[in-house]
Write a protein that binds this ligand. Structure first.
Ligand SMILES: Cc1ncc(C[n+]2csc(CCOP(=O)(O)OP(=O)(O)O)c2C)c(N)n1
Ligand SMILES: [Mg+2]
Length: 329
């Protein structure tokens, strides 16, 4: 039996994971109705990484991710209605309805953007962390990316720079075993894409079960503490699996039904619900979380679908940091 405080935290983490799962399931449904503008890369099955990692951060810490970034933005507190409107290309979208799924950003909530170019944001994470180091702040930057990213030059350049400069950054590889339609095992000479490369940068090989939110909290929490206290960067490999295809358009026929079924047995939400039950939380309390989340998702969906598209005039706003729309030579 856990303490009251532990139970409240566990229920909060559960609610966040259920929310993100239901949010992305709704995005999938809206995509199939042709209502989502542009591609959408869902992280259904990977929720425990985003939620566990965000739960060890403080306001003022920074995180940065990829096109598979809905969960990372929501877990930092980005308003779901604004994220949904962004996906639908509506006013009130978190990037004014002009960025779409692959560019969700909310600096206000410490989420420094979703990047579609593989590896491009790892050096940017170094820059965020370097700025904090220069300012003498104790903020930490968390940088999320996939297993496939570990084969690109920017990964190695960023890891080297972070290690040499002892930057307060934690790199989190979400190893979901696939890079687009290719099993990572087919294109890599080592077993663990991130952990087996860590030694090359003087870092420890940190692995965690990415479908266990408590384990994620423990391993990433320790890495964040280390970075905050001047101990430099870490590289964490979180093993997980996406239930669906690479993007909402991908039927993922390159995976066997047995493989998918095996991973669904390790679903992070089911496992967490079992842990909640074992710690004394009633089925009714767990069910109430799901019911509340479902109602909230319906509410924001109705409102988002009723919102107008951005006016054409806004195509020229928010282009540059000073608010102008012309490049200055
Ligand atoms: C520089 C670059 N090369 C290729 C691509 C095409 N591409 C998009 S997603 C992807 C696979 C990335 O796999 P992984 O890093 O494992 O992330 P996941 O999609 O599994 O989250 C590739 C190769 C790209 N976006 N950028
Ligand atoms: Mg992958």
């Amino acid at each position: 039996m856990t303490t009251g405080v532990d139970t409240a935290l566990a229920l909060h983490l559960h609610e966040q994971m259920v929310f993100i799962r239901r949010f992305e399931a709704k995005v999938d449904a809206l995509y199939r109705q042709g209502r989502v503008r542009g591609p959408a890369h869902l992280g259904i099955g990977q929720e425990a990484v985003a939620v566990g990692a965000a739960s060890v951060l403080r306001p003022g810490d920074r995180s940065i991710g990829t096109y598979r970034g809905h969960a990372h933005a929501l877990a930092r507190g980005a308003p779901p209605d604004a994220v949904l409107r962004e996906l639908l290309g509506r006013t009130g979208g978190i990037c004014a309805g002009k960025g779409g799924s692959m560019h969700i950003t909310s600096v206000e909530h410490g989420y420094y953007g979703s990047y579609a170019i593989i590896g491009a944001h790892l050096p940017i994470a170094c820059g965020l962390a370097w700025a904090d180091q220069i300012r003498g702040d104790d903020a930490v930057t968390l940088c999320f990316f996939g297993d496939g990213t570990t084969n690109i030059g920017a990964f190695h350049e960023a890891l080297n720079l972070a290690a040499v400069w002892s930057l307060p950054v934690v790199f989190v590889c979400e190893n979901n075993h696939y890079m687009e339609y290719t099993p990572i095992a087919d294109v890599i000479a080592v077993k663990q894409p991130a952990a087996d490369r860590a030694a090359a940068y003087g870092l420890a090989p940190l692995c965690v079960d990415g479908n266990d939110v408590d384990a994620v909290r423990a391993v990433i929490g320790a890495a964040v503490d280390r970075a905050r206290n001047g101990g430099g960067p870490s590289l964490v490999e979180a093993e997980t699996y996406r239930h669906g295809g690479h993007s909402a358009a991908d039927p993922a026929t390159y995976r066997s039904t047995e493989e998918v079924a095996q991973w669904k047995l390790r679903d992070p939400l089911l496992r967490h619900a079992e842990q909640l039950c074992a710690s004394g939380v009633s089925d009714g309390d767990i069910e109430a979380v799901t019911t509340g989340v479902a109602a909230e998702i319906e509410r924001i969906t109705v409102e988002a679908l009723a919102a107008p598209s951005p006016s054409a005039d806004t195509a020229w706003t928010d282009m540059w940091s000073d608010g102008s729309s012309r490049w200055r030579n």
